[in-house]
Design a protein around this ligand. Structure first.
Ligand SMILES: Cc1cc2nc3c(=O)[nH]c(=O)nc-3n(C[C@H](O)[C@H](O)[C@H](O)COP(=O)(O)OP(=O)(O)OC[C@H]3O[C@@H](n4cnc5c(N)ncnc54)[C@H](O)[C@@H]3O)c2cc1C
Ligand code: SF4
Ligand code: SF4
Ligand code: FES
Length: 642
């Protein structure tokens, strides 16, 4: 540990500020509050602050960030990413450094964002010990008053002098700007330790459980009355997630400026907002405020511990400071759940690692711009119905998509946005098919396009059907409405001469609302003529004057009519959310084992790579863990078929 006199420390800060190689930011006052912002002199720096309004996450995940910028007329002339000067942030409290370490664990976990990595590499963190504590903070209860990793320098204000710990080579390099640095004496080192201990003791606030016990408490109390009672007061303003250093969800939207330039912009988003899970057609997967309110706590205390091994709350108290009806405070809420808990097991599991988490090592070569689409050409368009068209697409690179049946791509139209669309053709083809229903902004633009036009493609994404799991079985396909295109990919694959021998009898059940909405009529007839393939079809209703040879009624009616051996058959269901519970129940009643039922679930999707948080079903990300799931694995997830 090094020590500088206060005078020399102030000169050091001024030397950093005047060095034009860096932007130097730090904590400064704003009225009676504190913010991270640019420093003009050492006098701006307030190491005596209690907490800042916003956490430093804004430096790594800005509130508003242009991901792609290009002329609308030339959507793949993507302007090079903007490289900023390195930035120094001075005065970051330990709990906020831990939150940054957690953000790293989240963003460096598979699919690494190049822009996040660049910002992270470009930022020098000078941490500081906590001198004053906000009365809402509870970092003492969360064991986050001290941190060992994640900073370049770490300072402790000792009044007339400042102690400095060096955490990295970059920190060491910066210290060259400091004059008259000396080693700390034993007394000074003890003083720093005492100050840390005091900080830890100050912010306890009577939390009745340990941070690594949140998991079990929540696990046992999904149906607690606390969620409803508290959420009734919620204004759904989303402030609690915006100010939280461990809430990282985002939205992506397109904007067009007056010069005809298109921007794809990423902004902070939060699960407390109703539209967070809203998909085309108006379905909202967490409609009730109680569900959204509960999700916020479960994400912190159960879902992220499940995926990444840490409790995602550092006890900064910001949510509690900002929440007008005072219902966001984790201390209050965890204590309420604890007090109301009937099934609470005293010997609590300590499943998540206790925080702090260590800094994450990352292979820089794995980082890529996650939101950049590949140019692709529409090589053919066929109108299927009044609302759906079949698009044949080829990547301009000439490469095949290399997808699995059941996977999806993000189709991108600059200026409009992106839409997740299932791949409707088998993997063998170099060109791939998409069936797109015209429902809104993006799909409307695609429907206005012609053969030869260029679109953007990201993907393929997600988990498709596991071929090995299906081999050796009879197959039953249940395709309701737009469920047929993704199943067509698998059906065509298993009917291919090369693969047919790997599967037994094939039964395909197709349903849609009325005859004019039937997709792939001729293709279905061709499949029906193949040996050992049996097809049953239905429409909900057949209006007068229309011709229909199949059944009439819901698709569920077809299942008992299909002749299949329940124990020997793998069943694939894709359709609108409403069909799943009914079809699954009939299959189970017929004796189909739970692990022989595969479903593909739809959710709102923005990133496709497990970062934006929109597609979450309890602890699963549909874009990464799905969209194809084995029913057995998700049957107990309350949000799966809600
Ligand atoms: C895994 C998956 C596979 C799909 N496969 C198909 C398919 O094969 N064919 C097909 O026609 N449709 C499919 N959809 C639905 C399709 O993604 C939506 O209809 C489409 O996103 C609507 O976009 P829009 O801008 O035209 O509609 P709008 O209603 O204008 O959308 C408004 C906003 O909501 C967003 N949005 C709406 N629905 C969704 C959604 N499901 N996911 C993400 N964002 C959404 C859009 O990005 C847009 O910003 C699939 C959805 C998912 C999740
Ligand atoms: S809990 Fe509080 S801050 Fe969060 S959305 Fe509800 S009212 Fe807003
Ligand atoms: S949940 Fe509240 S106290 Fe916990 S890290 Fe987020 S803002 Fe801070
Ligand atoms: S996390 Fe972004 S779409 Fe799944």
């Amino acid at each position: 540990m090094k020590v500088l006199s206060k005078h020399d420390f102030n000169d050091f800060i001024d030397a950093l500020i005047s060095d034009e190689t860096y932007h130097t930011h730090g904590v400064k006052s704003k009225g009676e509050k504190f913010v991270f912002g640019p420093l003009e002199s050492h006098q701006d720096l307030r190491l005596d602050y209690d907490t800042t309004i916003l956490p430093p996450k804004k430096y790594f995940l800005p509130q508003y960030e242009t991901l792609i910028e290009c002329p609308l007329s030339s959507p793949f002339e993507i302007k090079a990413e903007h490289h900023e000067k390195p930035i120094i942030i001075i005065g970051v409290h330990p709990y906020d450094i831990i939150a940054i370490n957690q953000m790293d664990a989240y963003y460096f976990n598979e699919d690494i964002s190049k822009s996040y990595l660049e910002r992270r590499k470009n930022t020098i963190i000078i941490g500081s010990d906590i001198i004053n504590t906000h009365d809402k903070a509870f970092f003492g209860s969360m064991n986050t008053a001290h941190v060992d990793t994640g900073y370049d320098l770490f300072i402790t204000d000792l009044g007339d002098k400042v102690a400095i710990e060096i955490g990295s080579d970059r920190g060491q390099h910066l210290m060259q700007k400091a004059a008259r640095v000396r080693e700390a004496t034993d007394v000074e080192t003890q003083k720093v330790k005492a100050l840390r201990l005091a900080a830890q003791g100050k912010a306890k606030r009577g939390m009745k459980i340990e941070p690594n016990q949140w998991y079990s408490l929540l696990d046992q109390n999904y149906e607690s009355n606390v969620w409803k009672q508290q959420s009734e007061k919620c204004l759904a303003c989303n402030t609690c997630t915006l100010v939280c250093p461990t809430c990282f969800c985002y939205d992506v939207n397109d904007e067009i400026d007056l010069k005809g330039n298109s921007k794809r912009v990423r902004t902070w988003d939060g699960c407390m907002l109703r539209q967070f899970t809203e998909v085309a057609g108006g379905e909202v997967f967490r409609e009730d405020i109680k569900e959204r309110y509960r999700h916020r706590f479960f994400r912190k205390g159960k879902y992220l511990p499940d995926r990444l091994g840490f409790t995602a709350c550092v006890g900064c108290g910001r949510c509690s400071i900002q929440c007008i009806p005072d219902i966001a405070d984790p201390v209050k809420v965890m204590n309420l759940v604890f007090d109301a808990s009937e099934s609470f097991v005293e010997d609590l599991e300590t499943k998540p690692k206790s925080i702090p988490v260590e800094t994450v090592e990352v292979n820089e070569e794995d980082a890529k711009p996650l939101h950049h689409p590949m140019p692709a050409t529409i090589t053919n368009i066929k109108k299927l119905t009044e609302r759906e068209k079949l698009y044949e697409i080829e990547l301009d690179s000439g490469d095949a998509l290399h997808h699995m049946p059941g996977q999806f791509v993000e189709v991108s139209i600059m200026g409009a946005g992106e839409a997740p669309i299932s791949i409707a053709s088998p993997p063998k083809k170099k060109r791939f098919d998409l069936v797109i229903r015209n429902v809104g902004e993006v799909t409307n633009k695609i429907h206005a396009m012609k053969k030869g036009d260029t679109i953007g493609i990201r993907g393929p994404f997600g988990n498709g059907f596991n071929e090995e799991e299906l081999k050796g079985h009879d197959l039953l396909f249940i395709a309701a409405g737009l469920g047929l295109p993704p199943l067509r990919s698998l059906i065509a694959h298993v009917l291919d001469k090369e693969h047919r021998k790997d599967y037994g009898k094939i039964t395909i059940l197709c349903g849609c609302r009325q005859p004019c909405e039937v997709l792939f009529d001729n293709e279905i007839k061709t499949w029906n003529s193949i040996e050992d393939v049996n097809i049953l079809r239905t429409v909900d209703k057949c209006p007068d004057g229309e011709c229909w040879e199949g059944d009439t009624g819901l698709i569920t009616k077809l299942i008992p009519k299909a002749k299949f051996n329940p124990k020997q058959t793998m069943c694939m269901i894709i359709g609108p959310p409403v069909v799943y519970p009914f079809c699954i129940q009939i299959l189970l009643d017929l004796g189909v084992p739970e692990n022989h039922i595969l479903v593909s679930l739809e959710r709102r999707m923005k990133c496709g790579v497990g970062k934006c948080g929109h597609c979450q079903i309890n602890n699963l990300y549909v874009c990464k863990d799905g969209p194809v799931f084995n029913y057995h694995d998700i049957k107990d997830l309350p949000e799966a078929f809600a």
